[in-house]
Design a protein around this ligand. Structure first.
Ligand code: GDG
Length: 472
């Protein structure tokens, strides 16, 4: 029986050890939810790193055994591999380049070599688990070489690849010394998916100019096979977010939080700590807003949640300091004894708290400099049961292509953000509801389950088409 194997850098579970006891915390991320109903079926499997360095072979065996009934299989990475493959090449070379921050990218041969080795390690684990007829779905920029490594070992398997972050324009991508190998790695797949049409176009243009393969309607013909490139905008588990927002627990939390804030209006900002998310620029825009519209003093609070991320990487440490300083400066300048313009939290919260924040926010300020999709803005919309609230969204987020009813801004245009804040905070309720309604209808329909089935259906279609091309 053919099965589906999902491969991503991380498993949808986080392994922890306390006083010698192992425990497994399941992830609530969008991908884990979306694929949850699939990987748990029959013999399907999810392969990835369990989130902790484990060196002892006996302990590795135990973890492998523990995860087997959950349809998961671990890939164990050493400390050096985490440093060089994950923090290094993935997050200090690929991440900045793909988000148009190439000035932050480092190009080190050693990191590249470890990236290749770790992709081979994942390949070995997949090959051990996979049969020749299986479907393998590889995820994201940490595993760009894996599709072609798998193609070599399992020539007849069905391989899909989805990239969750942007694909940059050729002029940026070509800065990478390993550009050709990276593209060739991805071309091992039968179907390569991106969130947006623009990402897909950028990829096709790089393939054309760097590898020399042209394309027609997304089809690329290599000398040995054909593959398809297409866009699949990822949705959210709409019912989960709407359902959580409707729960009594969340309503109770909202009442408590609201009564503790002395402002009438709440602007919400939620991100992982990342320079691609435009957190510092957003704070500067809020500062300018307070300067330009003093009538909002004591009336508005920016509720800012920053979730710790990649804190071993230098650029992230610097950003943390910059954000701390900006918040301190703005609060220092404008706070009153009973009002802080910014309520800043550097930690993560359970879903119920997040949901209460979404419910109570009059405005969600989502202003990434670049974002593959951005799920926070979609979760905000899904949580607005009374349809009151305004989304301010960066044009540079993949989500802006679907959410055209939001107030769209250029994150570099600080004055535009200031004016959008004013528009959002003074928008008549009927207009808020009309915009929310349109966005909700679209998100309800194009949800995470729709995304998974679109990708899987297209992958089957590619296989059928390849067979008919081979026999014609
Ligand atoms: C990458 C791409 C693309 C945040 N804080 C808490 C919390 N979260 C959850 C949110 C949301 C997720 O984390 C963040 O997703 P994003 O899409 O906004 O951003 P990335 O992490 O950068 O994701 C991105 C995505 O992949 C999917 O393809 O959209 O462009 O960069 O779901 O709710 N969850 C909880 N507590 C928190 O404090 N429980």
């Amino acid at each position: 029986m053919a099965k589906l194997i999902i491969v991503s850098n991380r498993l949808p579970v986080k392994l922890q050890e306390k006083e010698g006891e192992l425990s497994y915390k399941t992830s609530e991320g969008g991908l884990a939810t979306g694929l949850g109903s699939i990987y748990k079926q029959k013999d399907n499997l999810w392969i990835g790193w369990p989130g902790m360095v484990v060196n002892e072979p006996e302990k590795q065996d135990k973890i492998t055994e523990d995860l087997r009934p959950e349809n998961m299989h671990p890939v164990f990475l050493t400390e050096t591999e985490i440093k060089e493959f994950y923090e290094g090449f993935s997050n200090e070379t690929l991440w900045p380049t793909f988000h148009y921050f190439s000035q932050y990218a480092i190009y080190e041969q050693q990191l590249w070599e470890t990236y290749v080795k770790v992709n081979e390690k994942y390949c070995e684990e997949v090959v051990k688990q996979a049969g020749p007829e299986d479907t393998i779905w590889v995820h994201d920029y940490q595993l760009l070489l894996l599709p072609s490594m798998l193609r070599e070992r399992l020539p007849d398997s069905t391989i899909g690849f989805f990239q969750h972050i942007p694909f940059p324009s050729y002029e940026v991508f070509r800065l990478l010394p390993w550009r050709k190998s990276l593209l060739e790695g991805m071309l091992g797949a039968d179907l390569v998916g991106f969130h947006t049409y623009d990402d897909m176009r950028h990829f096709l243009s790089s393939v054309n100019r760097i590898v020399g393969y042209g394309s027609m309607h997304g089809w690329i013909n290599t000398p040995s096979r054909s593959l398809l490139v297409d866009s699949f905008p990822m949705g959210i588990d709409y019912e989960k977010y709407a359902g959580t927002a409707a729960s009594e627990e969340v309503k109770k939390r909202e009442r408590i939080y609201r009564s503790n804030l002395n402002a009438q209006k709440i602007i919400l900002s939620i991100d992982r700590l990342d320079y691609s998310k435009g957190i510092a620029q957003r704070l500067k825009a809020f500062e300018l807003f307070l300067e330009k519209y003093p009538e909002f003093h004591e009336q508005v609070t920016l509720l800012m949640l920053v979730v710790p991320s990649r804190d071993a990487v230098e650029k992230y440490k610097e950003l943390k300091e910059e954000v701390d300083e900006l918040v301190g400066r703005i609060n220092g300048k404008y706070s009153h004894i009973n009002w802080n313009p910014i309520q800043y939290f550097y930690r993560s919260y359970p879903l119920e708290t997040l949901s209460a924040f979404y419910r109570m926010a009059d405005v969600a300020l989502v202003t990434p400099m670049r974002d593959g999709m951005n799920l926070v803005c979609k979760e905000y919309v899904a949580s607005k049961l009374d349809q009151k609230g305004v989304l301010i969204l960066s044009e540079m987020a993949g989500a802006s292509k679907e959410l055209s009813d939001a107030l769209l801004i250029n994150p570099n245009d600080i004055n535009q953000i200031v004016e959008s804040l004013y528009t959002a905070l003074t928008m008549p309720e009927e207009m808020q509801q009309a915009q929310m309604q349109n966005m909700q209808e679209s998100l309800q329909r194009y949800n995470i389950h729709h995304w998974v089935s679109m990708f899987m259906d297209r992958l089957s279609y590619v296989k059928i088409k390849q067979m008919s091309l081979a026999t014609s």
